[in-house]
Design a protein around this ligand. Structure first.
Ligand code: PRP
Ligand code: ZN
Length: 300
């Protein structure tokens, strides 16, 4: 039995935009863990990894304090904390170990639908509700706009309706929340996506090995999702043209066909999605039996 402090603890958002994707990432990395809505800490069965389920805004603090070793968090939260701490600590107390391919959203300024937007000057001396005061200030200071901060921790989108604010600065992903609240986006303050973070504390070699293994798996999962395995039959005379159409394809495997001397089979891993348009072009070049397959796992 391993001692508790030999287990790597990861903080993840319990419920919200990042929860499902964070959970799926661990599953794809082969970590067997039964995450449930009720409960704070869950233990993986097949690796010395524990998950702590918390509010996303609490994750950077837990990582800095060393309560957890890693966190999956939006860069928006990270940047906000960084701006807040900058004065106090002069540098960030957190580091990004790897970027993740989900949680894409933007921190935007939005105003009520019945107001016509006249440009950034609109915000001069206006009341703006947000949970991201530092990112907002950083953005508007650069544009020389003075504003009145209305700092809220949740339900920012209802502030204009309650006449608490003239505008909001909040995250927009699908835009559904804005629509429901009769608001529209007028300026992008910050573009964000998820990432894996750690603190700056010293960790044991044992933990470091687990973390390195996890990062390699995460990178493999992301790469596999972006890549495709392509198989096709190509006229020998068109090999070069076909290869140039398959962007991101390195070192294709060429195989002889049993009953056709004019064509060869080509197998290739492409780091890019193959669009229908590319398949149609391949067909025009005389390629046939074109198969595009998803890749489940990848290690280089
Ligand atoms: C953000 C934001 C909105 C919502 C926008 O919340 O505060 O409520 O996502 O998404 P939409 O454009 O798809 O409607 P977040 O997931 O950060 O949860 P939290 O505010 O409770 O931390
Ligand atoms: Zn949040």
């Amino acid at each position: 039995m391993l001692k508790k402090n030999h287990r790597v603890r990861i903080a993840m958002q319990k419920s919200g935009r990042l929860s499902d994707d964070s959970k799926e990432l661990l599953t794809r990395c082969g970590i067997k863990i039964n995450l449930q809505q009720k409960g704070l800490i869950f233990f993986a069965e097949n690796m010395p990894i524990d998950v702590m389920y918390v509010r996303d805004d609490d994750i950077p603090g837990l990582v800095v304090e060393g309560v957890v070793d890693l966190g999956i968090v939006g860069k928006n939260v990270l940047k906000e904390i960084f701006l807040e701490q900058k004065e106090k600590f002069k540098k960030s107390l957190l580091k990004v170990l790897c970027n993740l391919d989900f949680g894409t959203c933007r921190l935007s300024l939005s105003i009520p639908l019945n107001i016509e937007y006249s440009g950034l000057d609109y915000f001069q001396n206006k009341r703006i509700a947000t949970s991201y005061p530092n990112l907002l200030k950083n953005f508007l200071d650069k544009k020389k706009i003075q504003f009145k901060l209305c700092s809220l921790n949740g339900s920012v989108e209802v502030a204009p309706r309650l006449n608490l604010a003239d505008a909001i600065c909040d995250l927009v992903s699908t835009g559904a929340t804005l629509k429901e609240n009769s608001l529209y986006e007028v300026e992008t303050v910050y573009v964000s996506s998820a990432c894996l973070i750690s603190g700056l504390q010293e960790i044991s070699i044992f933990k470091k090995n687990i973390i390195d293994k996890l990062i390699t798996r995460i990178q493999g999962v992301i790469k596999a999702k972006e890549s495709k395995y392509i198989m096709l039959h190509v006229p020998i005379s068109k090999l070069e043209e076909v290869t140039s159409l398959l962007h991101g394809a390195e070192n294709p495997t060429i195989l002889k066909l049993a009953n056709d001397q004019t064509k060869v089979a080509m197998h290739v891993v492409s780091s890019e999605t193959i669009f229908w348009e590319t398949m149609e072009k391949l067909k025009i070049l005389g390629a046939s039996s074109i198969l595009v397959l998803p890749i489940e796992k990848m290690m280089e």
